[in-house]
Design a protein around this ligand. Structure first.
Ligand code: ADP
Ligand code: MG
Length: 346
């Protein structure tokens, strides 16, 4: 395959398996967001891809060529760290041109290329400014421009936007995605922000405990999480313990039954995941699953209704119109769209 391939990559530190048998294929031009809780091995995996850590086992291939043993500086990858690591004693242009300078590119070409790169990140005319006079977002752009100076084959960013405030971060997510699309460069961004991942990625890689839990498109990750770790980590979901219903029609859950859902062969119990927006409130006699409303949170544009169904809490997110008939304390019917119900393997 042309692109990046990780084959059975593991990285141990003493007895800690920071990265544990990771297999991943990334076609050229893909924007990947790697997501997962703190300590799950994201940085270690990125540093291993960059050549800054040597894997304990496994292989890394680029366009079919094994680069596992290739030193970092020969990989021609661009990298942006959370800390940015800009040189404070160099001005903006010199920072961007730095990788060119150490490659022995002539001064005039350095200046020209730095100007092009700065224009690319909307900082045209900033070359002569001291880095210390820039805002957080501008520094971010300088770090990105510098990482792109050598036209890298692969662009690796470790939580590049986490230091920015929410508004700027959202703007930069869109900028980064546009820039990547314009350049067509394979990009891997580590983030712990799932909104960020859903905004930018072609491919979302969810990590947990050093392993890839799921790698798929944002929509598939959201709609078809493979396990409860992914379902719970990406967006919010209701996780219900369910059993095969006695009459074979659907499944039984705390609070009643859910028609139209099958557990699959050989199983008599499982965890069912259903997103709050796929739970609909109806009068109690109109659904075989019922519960009592314990709390209503009115968010203006939408309403979250918390329902106690046989001791399990189910959250429904509805439009203000849909819930209008119900109050705290009412018994309501819960209609779950069978298509939106996921029976999870673990
Ligand atoms: P993340 O970036 O997802 O927060 P890391 O890759 O930084 O996770 O860390 C994964 C695990 O590896 C953690 O348990 C961390 O303590 C451990 N780890 C990372 N780097 C080192 C190191 N250089 N030496 C020892 N342990 C490390
Ligand atoms: Mg990290």
């Amino acid at each position: 395959m042309s692109g990046l391939v990780l084959e059975g990559i593991s990285k141990r530190f003493n007895n800690v398996a920071a990265v544990d048998h990771v297999d991943l294929s990334v076609p050229n031009g893909t924007f990947v967001c790697m997501l997962g809780p703190s300590g799950c091995g994201k940085t270690t995996l990125l540093r291993t891809i960059a050549g800054l850590e040597e894997p304990t086992s496994g292989r890394i291939l680029i366009d079919g060529k094994d680069i596992t043993k290739l030193p970092a500086h020969q990989r021609d990858f661009g990298m942006v760290f959370q800390s940015l690591a800009l040189f404070p004693h160099l001005n903006v242009g010199e920072n961007v041109a730095y990788p060119l300078r150490i490659r022995g590119v002539g001064k005039a070409d350095q200046v020209k290329r730095a100007e092009e790169l700065l224009a690319l990140v909307d900082l045209g005319g900033f070359a002569g400014r001291p880095v210390s006079k820039l805002s957080g977002g501008q520094r971010q752009r300088v770090a990105i421009a510098r990482a792109l100076a050598l036209s890298p084959k692969l662009f690796l960013l470790d939580e590049p936007l986490s230091a920015l405030d929410a508004k700027l971060r959202e703007a930069m997510q869109v900028e980064l995605r546009k820039l990547q699309q314009r350049l067509g460069i394979t990009t891997i961004v580590v983030t712990h922000d799932q909104r960020e991942a859903m905004t930018m990625a072609d491919l979302v890689v969810v990590m947990g405990n050093g392993r890839i839990q799921q790698a798929a498109s944002p929509v598939e990750i959201y709609r078809k999480p493979v396990n409860s770790f992914v379902a719970d980590f990406i967006g919010s979901t209701n996780l219900l313990p369910v059993r095969q219903a006695m009459d074979g029609q659907g499944v039984s859950a705390p609070g009643g039954t859910i028609p139209g859902v099958a557990l699959g062969a050989g199983r008599d119990q499982a965890t069912l995941s259903v997103r709050p927006e796929d739970v609909h409130l109806v009068p109690a006699d109109q659904a075989p699953l019922t519960g009592r409303i314990s709390f209503i949170r009115d968010l203006g544009a939408s309403i979250e209704t918390f329902v106690d169904a046989g001791g399990t809490q189910i959250v429904a997110v509805t439009s203000p119109r849909e819930r209008a008939a119900f109050q705290v304390g009412d018994t309501v019917g819960l209609r779950l769209d069978p298509e939106a119900c996921r029976v999870l393997s673990s």
